[in-house]
Design a protein around this ligand. Structure first.
Ligand SMILES: Nc1nc2c(ncn2[C@@H]2O[C@H](COP(=O)(O)OP(=O)(O)OP(=O)(O)O)[C@@H](O)[C@H]2O)c(=O)[nH]1
Length: 369
């Protein structure tokens, strides 16, 4: 039986099995197997196509961060891209057989955010259909997923996209489960719970899953009592999981009732817009910026005012060391100290080393050896 048939058989068995306390472990084990086969399918396909980037799909990452657009055809992805990316004329069209990916650059607050359009080909990826896998590989590199949805369509569109992303190991708006897991050479299986489990994850099911994955020596510490069986499966498959923020963007609100717009706008991590009527586009841009959680840092030379129109952009929680790395790979070696003005400084200016955490809108003078 091929992998696709195996996946199908498990999915069918899961659909047949009633969900209750008695079947919980059995279903958990099936989910574990499903995750393993799906993983294998993605790996096999990548190997046979010479790796995700081998067929030329992978888009070079440029700019300070990357957001990818995901959505069904005709929901308005191109319209949005046209509105928020300023470099329309420079947009490169990467055409590889049936695949087209259009990266554009959104300039905002001095940052350059690459917006990659993955035109409606994500679905079917988890079943090895079409070339969705390369799309998935690109989606994995995103700092933010923009799921573009048609406000006039049913909630099925969102659910099916979420299901596809879920099936390939992309977790939306979720933190990595708080479980310590380490494979060992010897010593058997050691399982501990920091506090009594409140959910379906328990010692027995962990043992069953590890056995199914042929892991005979490992240490497990469940730190969060709300962890589920699915969380543990994610932890065993950790190299193939990506925890990515997702912003749900409903387009075409001009075509639905005010009540419906109001309802959609209240959903978490959601913005609503109408590309056609030019409504809410600025909110989308602001929300992208907010979700990416970037910090702008202005550098200045001694005795000269900083250039506020040309910040260096780093991820939130970055250190001066990270900033040096973003300037140049070897810059850290030349770094002596920095003078820092702004909210991260205890007093302005503060003399700081590489480990100092910078805040948005700090001003820095870097001194080299
Ligand atoms: N009513 C309404 N129609 C819109 C809106 N935005 C886009 N459309 C229409 O929706 C259709 C699809 O828009 P596109 O921007 O091409 O959608 P797309 O998602 O890029 O489509 P694909 O290229 O097929 O993936 C076009 O006919 C647009 O005129 C909107 O805000 N309201």
């Amino acid at each position: 039986m091929g992998i696709i048939e195996k996946i199908k058989a498990i999915e069918e068995e899961m659909a047949r099995t009633q969900k209750n306390k008695a079947t919980e472990h059995h279903l958990g084990l099936l989910k574990g197997k499903l995750a393993r086969y799906r993983q294998q399918l993605l790996v096999d396909e990548q190997a046979s196509s010479g790796g995700a980037g081998g067929s030329g799909f992978e888009v070079a990452k440029s700019g300070d961060a990357r957001a990818v657009l995901i959505g069904y055809p005709s929901v308005g992805k191109s319209s949005l891209l046209g509105k928020i990316t300023s470099t329309k004329s420079e947009i490169a069209h990467y055409a590889f057989t049936t695949l087209t990916s259009v990266p554009g650059v959104m300039k905002y607050q001095g940052a350059e955010i690459q917006i990659v359009d993955l035109p409606g080909i994500i679905y079917g990826a988890s079943q090895g259909k079409g070339r969705g896998r390369q799309v998935v590989a690109t989606a994995r590199t995103a700092d933010l997923i923009l799921m573009i949805l048609d406000a006039t369509k049913s909630k099925h569109q969102r659910e099916s996209l979420e299901k596809e992303l879920e099936a390939v190991g992309i977790r939306l708006n979720k933190e990595k489960p708080n479980i310590y897991f380490k494979k060992k050479e010897t010593g058997g299986i050691k399982i501990n719970f920091q506090s009594p489990p409140q959910n379906n994850l328990n010692e027995n099911v962990i043992k069953l899953l590890l056995k199914d994955y042929k892991i005979h020596n490992a240490e497990v510490l469940v730190r969060d009592s709300n962890c589920t069986i699915d969380d543990f499966i994610d932890i065993i498959n950790d190299q193939h999981r990506n925890y990515i923020k997702c912003l749900y963007v409903y387009n075409k609100i001009d075509a639905v009732s005010l009540e419906e717009v109001d309802r959609l706008a209240r959903e978490p991590n959601t913005v609503v817009m109408s590309c056609e009527m030019d409504l809410g586009i600025e909110d989308v841009v602001e929300e992208i910026w907010y979700q990416l959680n970037l910090s702008r840092v202005y550098t200045k030379k001694r005795g000269i005012k900083p250039k506020f129109d040309d910040p260096l952009v780093v991820r939130n929680n970055s250190t001066i060391g990270d900033l040096c790395h973003s300037i140049h790979r070897d810059f850290k070696d030349k770094f002596k100290y920095a003078m820092v003005w702004g909210s991260s400084a205890k007093h302005s200016p503060q003399k700081c080393g590489l480990n100092h955490k910078i805040h948005d809108e700090d001003v820095l003078t870097l001194f080299t050896k």
